[in-house]
Design a protein around this ligand. Structure first.
Ligand code: ITT
Length: 206
């Protein structure tokens, strides 16, 4: 059986495919079908995950999995949150020569200047939605949270997004300093996908 992975983010897709590799199904990225990105106009991770999965299921006629995720920083009242991918763009923060991920990280670090250690708590959130068909009235929703802190400066080159500024207490390093197999066993995405795997046989039965 084929299932569409409703994401256009290459690095996120790689993590999803690696963790879901155990499933005896064919996971096809939505880009293979030439599907345009969905308009993510929900106000929560759950809404956006459903919007993206429904969009891909509609356009392919196949079951679809979407991941909506982001960084929640307590000292910034939960920002960048659902706007994590476009945080710097929304704030028109674009230092010359910086890619969007680096600008996002630089903006969080700038806004966290002067915040002491105890106030630097943050977490990654991940919601995975599985829609069996476009009109699925009961999408399967799985969720994972990964607690950490915002570092004082970016470290490491692995992963993507905010990994260089996210301190992982269990390993005392930045998420971007973790080998991929370690991140993929403890991250917000790994936790959400573990739930998906545990509930999988029931959700796709006809
Ligand atoms: P799709 O919607 O196409 O899947 P996207 O990157 O736009 O790709 P989201 O809207 O879910 O996806 O935004 C997720 C953003 O949150 C992502 O671009 C990163 O900035 C951040 N993020 C999510 N998971 C992360 C992780 O594991 N490590 C670092 N940053 C992460």
């Amino acid at each position: 059986m084929k299932v569409v992975l409703a994401s256009g983010n290459r690095k996120k897709l790689a993590e999803l495919q690696l963790i879901l590799g155990h499933l005896a199904i064919e996971l096809v990225p939505q880009t293979t079908f030439g599907i345009p990105e969905a308009v993510e106009d929900g106000l929560s991770f759950v809404e956006n995950a459903i919007i993206k999965a429904r969009h891909a299921a509609r356009l392919t006629g196949l079951p679809a999995i979407a991941d909506d995720s982001g960084l929640e920083v307590d000292a910034l009242n939960g920002a960048p949150g659902i706007y994590s991918a476009r945080y710097s763009v929304m704030h028109e923060y674009a230092p010359p020569g910086m890619d969007v991920d680096s600008a996002n990280n630089a903006l969080v670090l700038e806004r966290m200047q002067g915040v002491e250690e105890s106030g630097r708590t943050a977490r990654f959130q991940c919601v995975i939605a599985l829609m069996r068909y476009p009109e699925d009235p009961m999408p399967l929703i799985c969720q994972g949270t990964w607690e950490g802190r915002i570092l004082l400066q970016a470290c490491g080159t692995n992963g993507f997004g905010y990994d260089p500024i996210f301190h992982v207490p269990s390993h005392n390093c930045a998420s971007a300093q973790l080998p991929p197999e370690v991140k993929n066993s403890i991250s917000h995405r790994a936790l959400a996908l573990q739930q998906l795997l545990a509930r999988w046989p029931f959700t796709l039965q006809e």
